[in-house]
Design a protein around this ligand. Structure first.
Ligand SMILES: *Cc1c(COP(=O)(O)O)cnc(C)c1O
Length: 353
């Protein structure tokens, strides 16, 4: 750290992303990426966009918005596109959590919430999950802070119902509720329709997990017009061209092939459910998952040890050195073939004890 860094930032702890090795080096199941190739037509869309990349990107994301509306039912009045959904989260923290307001979120959740709060100088209220890792909606009633909840939650994979989310919104009429739906496509549920009813709800989503675009960085935020205008104002004060032209074109092509992605998502859910059953047979306790990963711990063998042994066998998964969850492994769901390999490796490792 230099002596010039803003004092406010000297104690900031940056987000620690999962390891990103060279492609092909590992079976990579550590950052919940999409395991299938892009739809037909996506590659050509990217190549065509490269031909126009001498020009600044479309500020209004017009073509992308039209395809988005076909799939999600919301148009530009209610949508802001962002450079990954991390940027949508950052913009939301900047816009809706003043010093006097603060932010409230669960103790076990996506690591970026606390980082953005610290970066923005916002006080955090951390609300513990229940023993079984569930969010208790009542804990959030009237907390009088900006509330941030990943639904389904990460890294637990558990989910609140739409009614439970609505109860949190109703019981915080003077505060913004941000629902991070990064994994909603794997859960057969979304709270997006509540946007029509509540002027204090922000829905955030991503093309990283269910649409194969983690490396292209495309996220979005859906809210009532007034909130969208607030976010736009802040976005235009930081980086109006936040979504580059190649990503806009790829995002449009991906949405125009929605059937393909829905098919892949269904396949991932099927693989998730069978993999969960399989590893229970090896002595794992598995948290029922509504996402494209499973959160599991072995009844006897140390989680750190299992992660190490998997790595030796060329398989990367995620483990968090954090109280309450340090025995757990978070394993992203890949193709059926990849999960067969993981199962064999696990059964090999566990058989050796
Ligand atoms: C992966 C993830 C995100 C961020 O995804 P982007 O790649 O930035 O779109 C946001 N929230 C949760 C809960 C996630 O797991």
């Amino acid at each position: 750290m230099s002596r010039f860094i803003d004092k406010r930032l000297s104690s900031l702890e940056a987000y620690v992303p999962g390891e990103q090795p060279k492609p092909g080096e590992f079976i990579k199941l550590n950052t919940n990426e999409f395991p299938y190739p892009p739809a037909i037509g996506v590659e050509k869309a990217a190549a065509d966009a490269v031909n126009n990349m001498n020009l600044y990107s479309d500020l209004s994301c017009k073509a992308l918005s039209e395809s988005f509306e076909n799939v999600f039912g919301y148009d530009r009045k209610n949508v802001v596109f962002t450079n990954g959904s991390d940027e949508a989260l950052y913009l939301s923290f900047l816009t809706f959590c003043g010093k006097e307001c603060g932010a409230a979120y669960p103790d076990i959740t996506y690591g970026f919430y606390s980082v953005y709060a610290d970066l923005c100088g916002i006080e955090s209220t951390v609300i513990p999950l229940g023993k079984d890792f569930s969010v208790n909606p009542v804990d959030y009633y009237g907390v009088n802070k900006t509330i941030v909840i990943a639904n389904p939650n990460a890294p637990t994979g558990k989910m609140l119902t739409v009614d439970e989310v609505e109860s949190i919104i109703i019981n915080n009429p003077a505060n913004i509720v941000i629902i991070d739906e990064a994994y909603a496509d794997f859960s057969a549920q979304t709270c997006v329709k509540l946007v029509d009813k509540y002027d204090n709800l922000v829905i955030i989503g991503t093309f990283s997990k269910s649409r194969g675009m983690a490396g292209a960085r495309l996220g979005y935020l859906i809210a009532c017009e007034e909130l969208v205008n607030d976010i736009q104002k802040v976005k235009f004060s930081i980086n109006p061209y936040n979504v580059n032209s190649i990503t806009q074109a790829v995002g449009k092509a991906v949405l125009d092939n929605d059937e393909y992605y829905t098919k892949c998502v269904n396949e991932i859910c099927k693989t998730r459910d069978s993999f969960s059953e399989d590893i229970k047979g090896l002595g794992f306790e598995v948290v029922p998952s509504k996402t494209n990963f499973v959160f599991a711990k072995h009844k006897e063998i140390d989680g750190k040890e299992i992660a190490f042994r998997l790595r030796e066998r060329g398989i990367l998964i995620r483990r968090f050195d954090k109280e309450r969850i340090n025995e757990y492994l978070r394993i992203s769901i890949g193709t059926p073939e990849q999960m067969k390999t993981v199962y064999s490796a696990l059964s090999d490792i566990i058989g050796g004890y």
